[in-house]
Structure formats: structure tokens, C-alpha cells
Design a protein around this ligand. Structure first.
Ligand code: ATP
Ligand code: MG
Length: 424
């Protein structure tokens, strides 16, 4: 697979080729770089094609009609070629690093090898000229691709000390590509954890999500734990005992490749909903994700409801929200598959009942009653007052028990008996 032939096979989009050809006509060294070269060599169609050039950002801007100065201070310009956006970045080296976070200075370079030297891993540090079919591979990236190894460009200790996130990226690439870490690269991780600690959680989360959604997610999580990276951002899992951690990883892998589902399956049997929320907030997940993960974690043990009556299940639907039932069942299924596979048929039967109840669209909230607030007040002979809320809760309870009660006359009758019972 790892041959130049696979590079020749890749369909580089026409607009990308045109951008490279134009810059080359103007005399600028220009290449495809990074992930797209790596993936092409693996025989995988790249997600996006990044272009690197010796042209300065102003020269790139001058060479095309439509450009967006996306990250011009870092040398990145987006060229609009038809409907395609082509990111063109000037060759650069990054010298000084502050606190292992971000390079404090960017120097533009004329030599592609300088640009490749600042990249993280050998497999990510190759450049390809699709017009002349020249591959620039100064760090033996092809060899490492063949050996399925993630290896730092240069000294791993130095590279991880410059940017603490790279250690996490190494593990992420191992999980995504199903590669191993080169021993020296792996050995440098524990030693540079203090630098990793300084990395912003947003950046950690981005890599964590890619790892979580990868095919070798359980392997990636294990590697995060062994290297000490996990202790920094997810101590709840890092400190779990070996069997609990193994089950958590297996449950996450059994869930569909979706962040919320995998995260919930991972955490459901390790932490309570409150702690799940804290983890989501810590890792700066969007609020919606945090709330859903909290909810899924809180209700993941669906098998507890196997013996429940329909009214009890409708109350569960009311708490969870009908739209969340389907994803919740996926989390529940994933964890039971690894924890108690023998109970899977029972769970499936429960899931079928739950989904049938959802499909019947029963009234679950005050808003869905056939008596609105005004009608309830009229029936009670009162204006706005706390008793209206109480009455509404009573009626919701009645229709949760029996949805067919949700008829105005029936509800009025029920309200009458409720009032009389209160009076006495
Ligand atoms: P993916 O397919 O997951 O996007 P990618 O290789 O494109 O993989 P990106 O995170 O998009 O990964 O980064 C693009 C390229 O930029 C990498 O291939 C690598 O050469 C370089 N790079 C990205 N982040 C770093 C970093 N922290 N340190 C050094 N080089 C980096
Ligand atoms: Mg990328």
C-alpha cells in the first residue's frame, strides 16, 4: 500500500492543482503537505488538501483573484477557486515556544525542508508535488508508514517540550491509524507531562474526540492511561481499577461512533451524572453535549426498568424527553453488551416497549394537556394562583397513568373530584 503508486492514484481536485500550478509558474516552490500526503500514501482518500509554498502571504494574495486572509499572521491564506477553498500556507519555522502552548514567533522560510522540520511526526512531515511527482521525505516518513509507527520529527523530548499537545496527538494518530508509538516517542510522554498540563483543554478535547471516534478507540484510551496523559484531563477514568476501566472502554467502543454516545457509555458506570457534567465542562464541550451526556449517564442503566409498568415507563419518557430515548437506548445497549450480555434480550424487549410508547406520542407535559392554563383556571373558578400549578401536575399525573384521559371533559371531571378531595 505504501508506495508512490498510491500517491499517483490520488485524485487531487482540479482547483488544488490549479493553485499549485499558478504559484509554481510564478517561481514559488509549492507542495501538498501533511495529512493529505500521509493519507494518499496509505491509499486513503484525504479529507482535505493543504498546500504549502515559499511564496509570502502577500504574494499568495496577489496571485489569485479571490482570497481570504484566514490566518495571515501565521502565513495562511484561503484561495477561493470556484466552490473549492484551498488553504495555502507559507513555509515557516517556529522558534520560541511560550509555556509549551503556542509558538510566540513564526518565521517564514524559503525551504520546504525547514517547514517539514517543524511538523510533529515523520508521517505528517512529507511534501508532494503532484505536477512533477516529486516526494520530499527528509525524515523517512514512508518507512514509518510502512512500519505503522508514529515517530516524532527529531527528538521527541524536545518536540513534546515545545508543544505539550503533541504527546496527545501521537496517541490520537496511533488510535486513528491503528499504528504503534515508536519507543522513544512513547518514552518521552511521561517525562514531558508537566508541559502537557499547560495545554488548553479545548485543544486536548479536539484530539480526545478524534481518538474517541476512531476505530481503535479502546486501544487509544489504554495508551492515554499508560502514558499518564489521561490522568491530566480525565483522572476519573485514569484512576479506575483495571477491570472497571476495561469495561468502560469496551462499552464506549460498542457505542456508535458519536461523541455524546461514546462519552456517555464510557462514563456511565464510572461516575454519577453530576460528575459527568463536571467532566464535560472541564473539557469545554458545548453546553448541549454536556447536558445530553449528563442525561444519558443518569439513565444509562435502562435494564432497571425491565419490570416497569407502562405508566412508569411514560414517566421515564417524561423525564428523559422522547427525542432522547433513541440515543439513550444506544448507550444502554452498549454497556449491557459488555457488562451483562445475557440480559441483552430483556433489554431489547424493554427498548421495543419504550420506542412503541414514544411512537404513540402520549401527553407527557402540562403543555400537551387538552385543557390549557386558562381552561384549568376557569374550571377551578380562580385567577392565576399556585393552585393552578398543582392542578396541572395532578392532571399530568393522571394522563401519564392513562393517556386516554386527555380529553377536556374527562380532565374537568378529574379536576372536580380532585378539588372535592382537597376540600374535605
Ligand atoms: P487529520 O486528518 O486528522 O486532520 P492532519 O495530519 O491533517 O490529520 P491536522 O491536525 O489537521 O492533522 O494538522 C495538519 C498538519 O499540520 C499535520 O499533518 C502536521 O504536519 C502539522 N501539525 C498540526 N499540529 C501540529 C503540532 N501541534 N505540532 C507540529 N505540527 C503540527
Ligand atoms: Mg487536517
Amino acid at each position: 500500500m505504501t508506495t508512490l503508486t498510491s500517491l499517483l492514484d490520488v485524485d487531487v481536485p482540479r482547483p488544488v492543482l490549479d493553485v499549485i500550478a499558478r504559484l509554481r509558474e510564478l517561481g514559488h516552490a509549492t507542495y501538498l503537505v501533511g495529512g493529505c500526503v500521509r493519507d494518499s500514501l496509505r491509499g486513503v482518500h484525504p479529507k482535505d488538501f493543504d498546500v504549502a509554498t515559499s511564496a509570502l502571504p502577500q504574494q499568495v494574495q496577489g496571485a489569485f483573484r479571490k482570497v481570504i486572509p484566514t490566518g495571515i499572521q501565521h502565513g495562511t491564506v484561503t484561495v477561493l477557486a470556484g466552490s473549492t477553498h484551498v488553504e495555502v500556507t507559507t513555509f515557516r519555522s517556529e522558534s520560541e515556544y511560550h509555556d509549551g502552548r503556542r509558538p510566540s514567533a513564526v518565521t517564514f522560510e524559503q525551504d520546504i525542508v525547514k517547514d517539514l522540520s517543524r511538523r510533529d511526526f515523520t508521517i505528517n512531515a512529507m511534501a508532494w508535488n503532484p505536477l512533477s511527482h516529486e516526494l520530499v521525505d527528509p525524515f523517512k516518513g514512508q518507512e514509518d508508514l510502512k512500519a505503522r509507527l508514529v515517530r516524532c520529527v527529531g527528538s521527541a523530548m524536545d518536540r513534546f517540550s515545545e508543544d505539550g499537545l503533541r504527546a496527545m496527538r501521537a496517541v490520537r494518530f496511533a488510535a486513528v491509524l491503528d499504528f504503534r508509538l515508536d519507543p522513544a516517542t512513547q518514552a518521552a510522554i511521561p517525562a514531558t507531562l508537566p508541559v502537557f498540563r499547560k495545554v488548553a483543554y479545548e485543544r486536548v478535547r479536539e484530539e480526545f474526540v478524534k481518538l474517541l471516534l476512531s476505530k481503535r478507540e479502546a486501544f487509544g484510551l489504554e495508551l492515554l492511561a499508560v502514558t499518564g496523559l489521561m490522568e491530566v484531563f480525565l483522572p476519573e477514568l485514569a484512576r479506575a481499577d483495571a477491570e472497571a476501566a476495561r469495561l468502560a472502554r469496551a462499552a464506549a467502543s460498542a457505542a456508535p461512533a458519536d461523541v455524546e454516545l461514546r462519552l456517555a457509555a464510557l462514563l456511565a458506570d464510572l461516575v454519577d451524572p453530576q460528575r459527568a457534567e463536571e467532566i464535560g465542562v472541564r473539557l469545554k464541550f458545548p453546553t448541549k453535549t454536556v447536558e445530553r451526556v449528563r442525561l444519558f449517564v443518569g439513565h444509562a442503566a435502562l435494564e432497571r426498568h425491565v419490570g416497569d409498568s407502562d405508566p412508569a415507563l411514560r414517566r421515564l419518557l417524561a423525564r428523559v424527553g422522547p427525542a432522547n430515548v433513541e440515543p439513550l437506548t444506544q448507550v444502554a445497549r452498549a454497556r449491557i453488551q459488555v457488562r451483562e450480555p445475557a440480559r441483552l434480550p430483556e433489554l431489547e424487549a424493554l427498548i421495543a416497549r419504550l420506542l412503541a410508547l414514544v411512537a404513540a406520542k402520549p401527553p407527557l407535559t402540562g403543555k400537551e394537556l387538552t385543557l390549557n392554563g386558562g381552561a384549568i383556571m376557569a374550571a377551578l373558578g380562580v385567577g392565576p394562583s399556585p393552585i393552578v400549578g398543582e392542578a396541572t401536575r395532578f392532571l399530568v399525573d393522571q394522563v401519564l397513568d392513562e393517556p386516554s384521559r386527555n380529553e377536556p371533559e374527562t380532565l374537568k371531571d378529574l379536576l372536580g373530584s380532585w378539588l372535592r378531595a382537597r376540600g374535605s
